[in-house]
Unconditional design. Sequence first.
Length: 92
Amino acid sequence: MEQIEATIERDQQNEYAEEGVIVPLDRINPETLRKMVEEFVTREWSDLSDADCTFEDKVEQVIQQLQGNRIKVVFDLTSETCNLVPAESITR
């Protein structure tokens, strides 16, 4: 059985420390990843009526940031949920 190396990280954006595991993008089904990004955009991007940027544009921007390693998918061990967090907020 193949072992996966997991790293415990902390999300500094929240008031509390979030302990989680960075999930490699190649371990996430592309359809599932897209749904996660869509949910993130809906939840975090409050002004969806932006005339310059459609919902699809925002989803693509987030996906590009994931592919460019500027955002990471982190599985929170406490809440057992996945979150998208900026890479620079993750401490080693």
